[in-house]
Design a protein around this ligand. Structure first.
Ligand SMILES: [Zn+2]
Length: 310
């Protein structure tokens, strides 16, 4: 990298950091946003436009040798290309790029039946590379972390710690249906659209009792009197999501396509219309996008916590 480019890049990051600092100072005075409530989720800015980070992440790909000949050069090249294309498409809006750093083939074929509790620690101790994203692609992910299927990453450490485990595991059969973008959304700090970021503060009215239960306390309504910045996933441009309520055999959007959640209302009596197209939802057949506020959140997360990655 020549000195001109390095200087230009440094100035760009400095400008963004000063912007964050200014927004932190301004944040001490309550601002009037769409709903009149200050966001809890910290975003790089609250303006509805993208921030260009000009950051490239390197991925070390780990495949596992199989007992046959499936895991060969053609197979690995196709998987690498699929992952990189999906990530580069999804993150281009904030000028974040991904590139292959190197590829490792792990010789122990038993690891193709991947159980997080049994394998993750030994795999990381044996194979991970510091300061890069370590992507393991077993042929069968039988037991991911709780709450996930087909792909997972590690929980985010608290702000007082930067002890990240920069590992992502994806079942190599799950390079479709938004799993790659979903798990990298988690990697950059995003919750599920059906999450609840504040289970302590009271909400009235609560969602109706349901089986399966509705975890998110976010109301459907937006604008004055809404609670979308303080409950649910903390974003107002992702619709309130009652998942797994409203789904089930014969009427699940995740099985049947991009349909609605049938007839389910929140505590105010408003019909849920969940974000079935969002990468961070559980409606796997329809996932194709992040929202502006999710991008703004990830941009800040990368700038404040992930710039050490090559
Ligand atoms: Zn998830």
């Amino acid at each position: 990298m020549n000195s001109y480019y390095r200087t230009t890049k440094s100035v760009a990051y400095l400008t963004i950091f000063l912007g964050i600092l200014l927004s932190e100072l301004l944040a001490q005075t309550p601002k009037s946003l769409g709903s009149g409530v200050k966001p809890v989720q910290t975003m790089v800015n609250t303006a509805m436009h993208d921030t260009c980070l000009n950051k490239t992440f390197s991925i070390v790909f780990y495949f596992i040798k199989d007992t046959g000949t499936i895991v060969n050069a053609t197979f690995m090249n196709a998987a690498r290309t699929a992952v990189l294309n999906k990530l580069n498409n999804a993150f281009s809006r904030i000028c974040v790029k991904f590139q292959a750093c190197s590829t490792v083939v792990i010789p122990n074929s038993l690891w193709n039946t991947w159980s997080h509790s049994q394998l993750a620690n030994v795999a990381i101790n044996s194979y991970s590379t510091a300061n890069t994203i370590n992507l393991f692609l077993p042929m069968d992910l039988v037991a991911p972390l709780a709450g996930e299927s087909s792909a997972y990453t590690y929980t985010i450490p608290p702000l007082s710690s930067n002890q990240f485990t920069d590992v992502v595991v994806i079942d190599v059969d799950a390079l479709t249906d938004g799993y790659v973008e979903h798990v990298f959304g988690h990697f950059f700090g995003l919750p599920h659209t059906n999450a609840e970021i504040d289970t302590i503060s009271p909400v009235s009215p609560l969602p109706p009792a349901n089986t399966p239960s509705i975890n998110s306390r976010e109301w459907v309504k937006r604008g004055p009197g809404s609670n979308c910045y303080t409950h649910g996933d903390g974003f107002c441009d992702t619709e309130a999501d009652p998942f797994p309520a409203g789904t089930g055999i014969g009427r699940s959007p995740s099985i049947e396509g991009c349909g609605p959640v049938y007839g389910l209302k929140d505590g105010n009596g408003d019909y849920y219309f969940p974000p079935v197209d969002n990468f961070m939802s559980a409606y796997t057949k329809c996932r194709c996008r992040f929202t502006q506020e999710q991008y703004n959140y990830m941009a800040r997360f990368i700038l404040t916590r992930k710039l050490y990655l090559h």
